[in-house]
Design a protein around this ligand. Structure first.
Ligand code: BJW
Ligand code: ZN
Length: 278
C-alpha cells in the first residue's frame, strides 16, 4: 500500500481501465462468471450483431432489462474513489504530480460520469470518462444511422414489464415482439429499427485514437474490475508496462490482466480502491 501511494504521488499521467466489476456493487451483473446469465442465455452471446440480426426481440428484451437496471443503480464507493482523481482539488492532494487522469471504461451503464456530476450532460460525461463500448441509453437507427440519447422507461410499450421475466425454462414463455413494435426511429420519414448504442464484438470501439494517446503517455495504469479478456482494452496495461509505466490491478480474483502487475489489490474494488486512493 505504501509503495502504491508513492507511485500514485509520483505519476504524471494516470489512466484507469475499468470493467464490469467496478459496477458490481451497484447491482449491475458482470458478463463472465456467475453474473453472466440472463434468463437462460449467456450475456456474451447476446452482445453480438449476429444475435440482434437473428432475434432483435430477444436482444431488445435483454437490453431493456439492463437499461432499467442502470436507471435504478447508483454509483458505488469505487466510482467515487476514482472520481476523486477527476477533480483537480482532490487530485492535487492524492496525486500532486498528475497532470492528466482519464477513466477509460468498458462499462455502458453511465455510473462513472454520474459519480463526478449528478446529471452529466453528454459533454461533461465525455470529458471525465471515455465510454469505449458506448452507452446503454443511446440508440442507433439501423436505417439512417443516427445516434440519440434516450433514457425513457420503458423505451417502447411492447417492452414494458418484460424486465420482470428473469428465468424461463420454456422457449414459448419468452414474448416474441414484432419488429414493428420494437423501438423505432423518430426522425421524420425514417421509422427504422433502433438498436442499442453499444459496441458489439467485431465493431469499432469509440474514441480509439484518443485512448491510444492516453495509453502511450501513461506512467500509471489502474486496472479495475475487468477480466482483461476483451480487446483492445485487454492490451492497455501491457502497453503501459512495455514503455516503463506501472500497473495496479484491482480485482475480486486473479485475472488475465495481473501477470505484469506491480501492485495487486485482491478483493472487492469498492473496498480496495477507496483504501488505496484514500
Ligand atoms: C470484481 C468485482 C468487484 C467482479 N470488485 N472486481 C485481439 C486478439 C483477439 C481478439 C481480438 C483482438 N482484437 C479484437 C478482437 C476481437 C474482439 C475480442 O476481444 N474478442 C475476445 C473474445 C478475444 N474485440 C472486439 O471485437 C472489439 N472490437 C475491436 O477490437 O474492433 C477493432 C476494429 C477496428 C476498426 C474497425 C472495426 C473493428 C469490440 C469488443 C466489444 C465488446 N462488447 C461487450 C458488450 C458491450 C455492450 C454491452 O454492455 O452489452 O463489452 S462484450 C463484454 O465484455 C462487454 C464488456 O465491456 C467486455 C469486457 O468485460 P469485462 O468488463 O471485463 O467484464 P467481465 O464480466 O468479463 O469481468 C468482470 C471482472 O470483474 C472479473 O474479472 C471479476 O473477477 C471482477 N469483479 N466483482 C472487483 N466487486
Ligand atoms: Zn432513422
Amino acid at each position: 500500500m505504501a509503495a502504491f501511494g508513492a507511485a500514485l504521488r509520483a505519476s504524471k499521467n494516470i489512466i484507469a481501465v475499468c470493467g464490469a466489476g467496478l459496477s458490481a456493487a451497484s447491482g449491475i451483473p458482470t458478463f463472465r462468471g456467475a453474473g453472466g446469465l440472463w434468463r437462460k442465455y449467456d450475456a456474451i452471446s447476446l452482445a453480438t450483431p449476429e444475435a440482434f440480426a437473428e432475434n432483435p426481440s430477444r436482444v431488445w428484451q435483454f437490453y431493456h432489462y439492463r437499461r432499467e437496471s442502470a436507471l435504478k443503480a447508483e454509483p458505488n464507493a469505487a466510482h467515487y474513489a476514482l472520481g476523486l482523481l477527476t477533480q483537480s482539488d482532490s487530485r492535487a492532494l492524492l496525486a500532486p504530480a498528475c497532470a492528466n487522469f482519464k477513466i477509460i471504461t468498458q462499462n455502458v451503464d453511465g455510473l462513472s460520469p454520474r459519480a463526478h456530476t449528478k446529471l452529466p450532460s453528454p459533454e461533461q460525461a465525455a470529458a471525465s470518462t471515455i465510454e469505449m463500448h458506448g452507452r446503454i441509453h443511446d440508440v442507433i437507427c439501423t436505417s439512417c444511422e443516427k445516434t440519440t440519447f434516450d433514457a425513457s422507461s420503458p423505451i417502447c410499450p411492447a417492452l414494458a414489464g418484460t424486465e420482470a421475466i428473469v428465468a424461463t425454462g420454456h422457449e414459448e414463455a419468452e414474448p416474441q415482439i414484432e419488429e414493428a413494435d420494437l423501438p423505432r426511429c423518430k426522425e421524420p420519414g425514417c421509422d427504422g429499427l433502433l438498436r442499442p448504442g453499444v459496441v458489439w464484438f467485431g465493431e469499432r470501439p469509440h474514441r480509439l485514437a484518443e485512448i491510444d494517446e492516453y495509453v502511450e503517455r501513461a506512467d500509471l495504469c489502474l486496472v479495475v474490475g475487468t477480466s482483461s479478456t476483451v480487446y483492445p482494452a485487454a492490451s492497455y496495461a501491457e502497453e503501459v508496462k512495455s514503455h516503463g509505466g506501472r500497473v495496479a490491478v484491482f480485482n475480486l480474483d486473479r485475472s488475465q490482466g495481473d501477470g505484469d502487475a506491480d501492485f495487486l489489490f485482491l478483493g472487492p474494488c469498492e473496498e480496495t480502491l477507496p483504501r488505496a486512493l484514500g
